[in-house]
Design a protein around this ligand. Structure first.
Ligand code: ARG
Length: 469
């Protein structure tokens, strides 16, 4: 069996057709067909550019552009046409379809160019589009966070370090902490788009185009803000894709951390949230179960996205200068990571929006007196006791309280006086949850006023992101 015949892009110097199994192995149409919109846009711009360079007449360029429009329309309305194609890759597909329509005129379009620069250009265009889409999806999640923050503004929660009770927080402060991470992700996607925003066209196979091409005009026509500086670099470089994958991996890491908090909060031990039925599943065996599958799968899928980043790093490692066929391996991991991340973002946003935080349970958990131990040390420090000493004193008080089976709030003042003469009646005022929260009014702190201001600032940035992803 041999590979399908039809218009080949490189058949001339070959006596025999490729082996069918090898053809299946080397072709990329099954996945790079995803870049057909970019391919057709590139072809239209190329037709105009080589007309300007005197290779086509304006009338020929117009006929090519019109035929490409028809190809685009058919591709949209007739997916079976794409499914049935035996094309080697997306470039081959578009060229064959054009030649089928226009004959020899269609065969003129490839003048002065190489698939090496085309694939680099289209992949950059893809990254620019995909990162915009990802920014919109990040905005969806950030919006869900902003809404929950506003709804739950005054609810306290026990804050932890090392998973041990540390100091009280506002739940809204915890929500915005995750929100800030996602805002940074949106910025990272913008940065990877900016990195992709240089047009390689005119680089040829590796050495540059031999026709008088206006590269800058061509780049502008395709929505690029600049051209690549070196033809050899332009056909080898996949940094922009690595940057997008790094941004995706970081986003996935942030999603997995939110997921882990939610999984813990859904346990009976925490009991901080009620899982939404719509985004949970049950057990086939244990009738009582409601599982946090949405969050578990988000956490779980993070691994694939890291895998995609490392797959491309590994592909690029040690490649000699110029285009190498290995680079065809760049697309599948990025496409898959893009799809997974979008799905993860959408499910995270919807699940978070549908989650009910249990105020009563959060308030109860925040009453743990251990959470105000720092307040007692601060109190002593405010009376002039050196902080290191104050820390030591409070530690001893806590140990004594523990031995007596009391909380620090229950220690009578005369008992406390034995530890330090600095303890006074007003101590009880700092031992409250409200006081511990209110004292942290510094910008970025967890006091109610500071969190309200932070939410306002968060919303202002989010509105910009939603407006212009
Ligand atoms: N399918 C190829 C890829 O994705 C396109 C470039 C092929 N270039 C070549 N000289 N065979 O990288």
């Amino acid at each position: 069996m041999t590979a399908p015949d039809g218009q080949k892009m490189w058949g001339g110097r070959f006596e025999r057709a490729p082996d069918a199994s090898f053809y299946e192995f080397e072709r990329s149409w099954s996945f790079d067909r995803r870049m057909l919109p970019q391919e057709l846009a590139l072809n239209r711009a190329w037709a105009r550019a080589i007309a300007a360079a005197g290779i086509l007449t304006d009338e020929e360029a117009q006929r090519i552009v019109a035929a490409l429009d028809e190809i685009e329309a058919r591709a949209k309305s007739d997916p079976a046409w794409l499914d049935a194609s035996q094309a080697e890759d997306v470039h081959h597909f578009a060229e064959s379809a054009l030649i089928e329509k226009l004959g020899p005129l269609g065969a003129k379009l490839h003048t002065g160019r190489s698939r090496n620069e085309m694939v680099a250009t289209e992949f950059r265009m893809y990254v620019k589009d995909a990162t915009r889409e990802l920014r919109s999806a990040v905005a969806l999640l950030a919006r869900a966070i902003a809404v929950q923050t506003k709804t739950n503004l005054g609810i306290p929660m026990p804050g932890t370090t090392h998973m041990q009770h540390a100091q009280p927080l506002l739940l809204s402060h915890w929500l915005l902490a995750h929100g800030e991470a996602f805002q940074r992700d949106a910025e990272r996607f913008a940065a990877s788009a900016a990195s992709a925003d240089a047009c390689p066209l005119g680089s040829g196979a590796l050495a540059g185009c031999a026709f008088p091409l206006d590269r800058k005009a061509l780049a502008r026509d395709l929505g690029f803000s600049r051209i690549t500086a070196n033809s050899l670099d332009a056909v080898s470089d996949r940094d922009f894709a690595l940057e997008m994958l790094f941004a995706l991996a970081t986003l996935a890491m942030h999603l997995s951390r939110l997921a882990e908090d939610m999984v813990l909060f859904a346990t009976p031990e925490f009991g901080f949230i009620e899982l939404p039925d719509e985004y949970s599943t049950g057990s086939s065996l244990m009738p009582q179960k409601k599982n946090p599958d949405a969050w578990e799968l988000i956490r779980g899928k993070t691994g694939r996205i890291y895998g995609a980043l490392f797959a491309l790093f590994t592909t690029c490692k040690g490649l000699p200068s110029s285009y190498q066929r290995d680079l065809q391996e760049d697309k599948e991991p990025l496409f898959a990571a893009h799809d997974q991340a979008l799905a993860m973002l959408k499910i995270a946003a919807a699940t978070l929006a549908a989650t009910k935080f249990r105020e009563a349970r959060l308030r109860e958990a925040s009453q743990d007196p251990a959470l105000v131990a720092t307040e007692v040390a601060d109190y002593l420090a405010a009376q002039g006791v050196p902080f290191r000493e104050a820390h030591e004193i409070v530690g001893k008080v806590l140990r004594a309280a523990e031995q007596e089976g009391k909380s620090i709030r229950e220690m009578p003042l005369d008992r406390l006086a034995a530890f330090s003469p600095a303890f006074g009646r007003d101590l009880s005022t700092v031992l409250t949850l409200e006081s511990a929260l209110a004292r942290r009014g510094v910008a970025g702190g967890t006091a109610p006023g500071a969190v309200r201001a932070a939410l306002e600032d968060f919303n202002a940035r989010l509105a910009k992101l939603e407006e212009k992803p």
